[in-house]
Design a protein around this ligand. Structure first.
Ligand SMILES: *[C@@H]1O[C@H](CO)[C@@H](O)[C@H](O)[C@H]1NC(C)=O
Ligand SMILES: *[C@@H]1O[C@H](CO)[C@@H](O)[C@H](O)[C@H]1NC(C)=O
Ligand SMILES: *[C@@H]1O[C@H](CO)[C@@H](O)[C@H](O)[C@H]1NC(C)=O
Ligand SMILES: *[C@@H]1O[C@H](CO)[C@@H](O)[C@H](O)[C@H]1NC(C)=O
Ligand SMILES: *[C@@H]1O[C@H](CO)[C@@H](O)[C@H](O)[C@H]1NC(C)=O
Ligand SMILES: [Cu+2]
Length: 393
């Protein structure tokens, strides 16, 4: 990372020296411009926001710990990675799943590996991670810590990919993310016989996630043999064996299951994301609510629709969902949308958190990240004492 950043820094310095103070506006230079996925409205909104955001950063006058749009690392959309990059990412995840855990296996016998430390964090800290002020900042820290583990503990040289739901919304099971070949994140589960999953508080047709073509064990791709062991804790598919420990932390070895689901993905077309960002106004409480879903409006929200595009076990379990390796892609997109929302009016939106937590509020992810001040997690450019320095491209 360092050499690439320095190279970028130096090249912009050189251009600065050669051409005087004229500065070209920052550009994302996405690999995908036009191919194979044309930019969607959210992508275009992101690009159109950068100049405003850059002006805001300039005014911050060096309080971003040296992080700029130019030297920030770039989290890419899965479909914009080359097959070789996808394979490198997959190798790193499999590596994390082969390293010993850091948490206490005596206390949490379901722990098998370092990946499970992350699952355990989400399970033990579920209410802390999802309490209203923490959802966005704590998941931002959580994804960053996971990316850091992939890089530092498993030699991964890239960054956490995200999943632009809209790209796969029409046919997720046949997308390069879920098509089941060895450079996908594994495929759908085998077709299982189950009645669908009930939702809470929603009216027809959103009172149930109807079963699609999966629901059983994932049998294709790099995670076909993955063992899920912790959980379940929340309600999932009715035939998942209960955990031998009441707290859900016992060893409960079973297969990874999915129901890659078109009914759910239909509510993640880009127009839903674009509308979320552009119609929720400048109040982060409303933005978060719209994203998480509003039963009174019979609106699932893209967060839930994205989770239930994967569903299954543990993906459909509120507590254990990070046990499906696609979780990180989904929450990467959530994090990206928060950033795009922030960029619409950075002066007012970069210093908002839902329910306005106290100045000394903190997020503690135990085994997976250092404790952090909640307010220091708001800024992906220079937050977390400068450790956050990434953009989504
Ligand atoms: C920005 O930094 C410069 C140099 O450190 C300082 O003179 C100036 O007062 C700062 N401006 C603001 C708005 O903080
Ligand atoms: C897997 O699918 C991707 C996306 O469709 C494709 O680019 C890649 O070549 C496929 N790999 C194999 C081994 O078929
Ligand atoms: C899963 O296990 C089977 C049986 O041991 C093996 O043939 C297959 O290659 C494994 N698949 C992966 C992706 O590891
Ligand atoms: C998105 O487009 C679909 C298909 O045109 C439409 O049914 C749906 O209501 C739209 N959603 C939003 C939030 O605009
Ligand atoms: C995890 O962090 C929280 C908050 O600091 C703390 O209360 C809890 O005891 C920690 N749990 C473990 C198992 O270390
Ligand atoms: Cu979560």
């Amino acid at each position: 990372m360092v050499p690439a950043c320095l190279a970028l820094l130096f090249s912009s310095v050189l251009i600065g020296v050669g051409a005087g103070p004229v500065k070209t506006p920052f550009s994302l230079n996405r690999r995908s411009d036009g191919f194979p996925y044309p930019l969607d409205d959210t992508d275009k909104l992101e690009e159109a926001s950068l100049a405003k955001f850059e002006a805001y950063l300039a005014k911050k006058n060096g309080t971003s710990h040296g992080c700029t749009l130019e030297n920030a690392v770039r989290r890419q959309e899965w479909h914009d990675l080359s097959v070789a990059q996808r394979e490198e990412y997959i190798r790193a995840v499999l590596c994390l799943q082969s390293l010993p855990p850091k948490a206490d296996k005596k206390k949490y016998p379901g722990l098998n590996n370092r990946y499970d430390d992350f699952v355990l964090t989400h399970e033990t800290q579920a209410f802390h991670l999802h309490s209203t002020p923490h959802l966005f900042p704590a998941h931002r820290l959580y994804i960053w810590a996971y990316e850091k583990a992939l890089r530092e503990e498993c030699g991964y040289t890239g960054y956490q990919p995200y999943w632009n739901w809209g790209r796969t919304a029409s046919d997720p099971a046949n997308s390069p993310l879920f098509n089941g070949n060895m450079s996908s994140m594994s495929g759908n589960g085998k077709k299982a016989d189950y009645p669908g999953v009930k939702t809470t508080g929603f009216q027809k047709p959103y009172d149930v996630i109807p079963p699609d073509q999966g629901g059983g064990c994932v049998t294709s791709g790099p995670f076909a043999n993955m063992t899920i062991s912790l959980g379940p804790i929340g309600g999932v598919l009715s035939d998942v064996p209960p955990n031998p420990q009441a707290d859900g932390f016992g060893a409960n070895p079973r297969c990874l299951r999915r129901d890659v689901n078109k009914f759910s993905s239909a509510q993640t077309h880009d127009n839903y994301t674009y509308s979320l960002i552009t119609t929720s106004g400048g109040d982060i409480n409303k933005f978060q609510q719209d994203m998480l879903g509003i039963p009174a409006q019979n609106n699932w929200g893209v967060h839930m629709a994205g989770h239930y595009t994967i569903g299954g076990d543990p993906g459909g379990d509120f507590f254990s969902s990070p046990g499906d390796p696609v979780f990180w892609f989904h929450h990467g997109m959530v994090d990206r949308i928060w950033w795009i929302w922030q960029m619409q009016d950075p002066e007012n939106r970069m210093n908002q958190l839902p329910e306005n937590p106290a100045k000394d509020d903190f997020v503690d992810l135990n085994w997976t990240a250092e404790r952090a001040d909640t307010w220091d997690l708001v800024d992906s450019i220079g937050g977390h004492k400068g450790a956050f320095c990434y953009i989504y491209v």
